[in-house]
Design a protein around this ligand. Structure first.
Ligand SMILES: CC(C)=CCC/C(C)=C/CC/C(C)=C/COP(=O)(O)OP(=O)(O)O
Ligand SMILES: [Zn+2]
Length: 433
């Protein structure tokens, strides 16, 4: 049948439906060129003696890249002055995941960087003399956890942090990112991560948070930033991880969530996109990939069941497409054609780790009955098992990196030390628990 109009408005002059569909074909071209002469991921699954440069983690180059950034950021970075805790987290976490040494000098430099960023009224600012911010506080607390040690832990004023978090809290259970700032699921996640790490998770702080996240689940099944807005990978990780901390998976429909999450893995590229009909991006290896182990726990799937995505295909995308074999600079990136940066370096490495190491929780483990006590939190945090047989390293075994916690995105060892320290402290004065 001829089209109703003489000009078919569904397509542009070049025959593409939308700008994104044109970009999608460009991505498939560049990824296809890289995959052209590489072996199918299934035949590389268990590693071995194949010296395949397309599936080798360029550890040395990445370490050099990270250490050069720590040595001094290029002057163009001054526009990111408000992201100082994030720079600390991206560098320290990437190094930790690759098993690199975080020595005393790096520890004391981190302390010197973060200490002045704490606001006297509680919380950390992104840069000197700025407003305390939930995302900056999240990154600062994780960076402190990564360097570890009492001197680092003692920077944090827990009482002030709790008071400040309470001032960020809204009546509907959500949190504002800063005073008069935006309200979305990131706020709940950042607040729950901080509170669970510092042992300040009081009932007044958590009240209504799980219900708010439940209202952010959309008709597609994923979680959006706030009620009524499109589901996105970043907010889905935030929502699901916060529900895991709260032990409140009851506020979302897990079947619809699982379907939406599984649809994020792109059949050709192997990596994830962040929302329907959008492009693959290496950072979703964590924002979406990291949600699968949590989903597994929520669905109480048996320890022998694999995640609901193709782990080898994701590793192929990260190793073959998010590294630039033609450039000595190091660092990982969003997709071919993009430049590497610290943010993508960390999130690609977190995603790589989570797809190599199956981290699961035995559904038959004794359920913690009392959901309101803060003392069930550290047990739940460290309940994950990192050594079941489903370890899967694409390429050589030397590609294996350190296992990370899906909720906190950092390795288990520094996390365990931090939990041990903060949960040996007395409860907050005036705390309800
Ligand atoms: C703790 C914390 C602060 C978490 C942040 C989580 C979060 C929202 C991550 C998503 C970041 C991201 C790549 C957005 C891109 O949106 P886009 O619309 O540019 O890209 P798209 O086309 O891939 O959707
Ligand atoms: Zn990205």
């Amino acid at each position: 049948m001829p089209h109703l109009f003489s000009y078919d408005f569904r397509y542009d002059d070049n025959g593409y439906e939308t700008e994104t569909s044109r970009k999608q074909l460009d991505v498939e071209d560049s990824v296809g060129n890289i995959y052209l002469d590489s072996v199918e991921p299934s035949s590389l699954k268990y590693g071995g003696d194949i010296d395949d440069s397309k599936h080798r983690l360029f550890r040395d180059k990445h370490e050099q890249f990270l250490r050069s950034m720590i040595g001094g950021l290029p002057s163009g970075f001054k526009v990111l002055d408000a992201s100082q805790p994030w720079f600390s987290l991206w560098c320290l976490n990437s190094l930790s995941i690759m098993g690199c040494d975080i020595d005393d000098e790096l520890q004391s430099r981190t302390i010197d960087t973060l200490k002045p960023l704490q606001d006297p009224e509680g919380g950390f600012c992104g840069g000197n003399r700025q407003l305390p911010h939930l995302a900056g506080s999240y990154a600062a607390v994780l960076a402190i956890t990564l360097v570890g040690g009492e001197e680092a832990y003692r920077i944090v004023d827990r009482e002030a942090m709790h008071r400040w978090l309470m001032t960020m809290k809204n009546a509907d259970g959500s949190f504002s990112m800063h005073k008069d700032g935006e309200v979305d699921v990131r706020g709940v996640y950042c607040a729950m991560v901080i509170a669970s790490l510092l042992n300040i998770m009081t009932p007044d702080l958590v009240r209504g948070a799980a219900e708010f996240i439940g209202r952010c689940q959309t008709c597609e099944g994923g979680i959006g930033p706030f009620p009524g807005v499109e589901a996105h990978g970043g907010y889905t990780l935030c929502g699901l991880a916060a529900l895991e901390i709260l032990d409140r998976f009851d506020t979302v429909n897990l079947t619809r969530l699982a379907r939406w999450m599984s649809a994020r893995q792109l059949g050709f590229e192997g990596g994830f996109n962040g929302r329907t009909n959008k492009l693959v991006d290496g950072c979703y290896s964590y924002w979406v990939g990291g949600a699968f182990p949590i989903l597994q726990k929520a669905l109480e799937r048996a320890a022998r069941d694999d995640y609901l995505y193709d782990r080898a295909a994701l590793q192929r995308y990260i190793l073959a497409c998010c590294q630039d074999a033609t450039n000595d600079m190091g660092g990982l990136r969003d997709k071919p054609g993009k430049s590497p940066d610290l943010y993508h370096t960390m999130y690609c490495l977190v995603g790589l780790s989570l797809s190599q190491h199956y981290v699961g929780v035995d559904p038959n483990a004794k359920k913690l009955e009392d959901k309101t006590s803060v003392y069930t939190v550290p047990v739940r945090m460290m309940q994950w098992d990192v050594s079941p047989p489903q370890k899967l390293v694409l390429g050589q075994q030397s590609n294996a990196v350190v296992p990370v916690h899906p909720v906190y995105s950092i390795p288990f060892r520094p996390l365990a030390a931090c939990v041990k320290y903060f949960y040996s402290l007395p409860p907050l004065s005036g705390s309800l628990v």
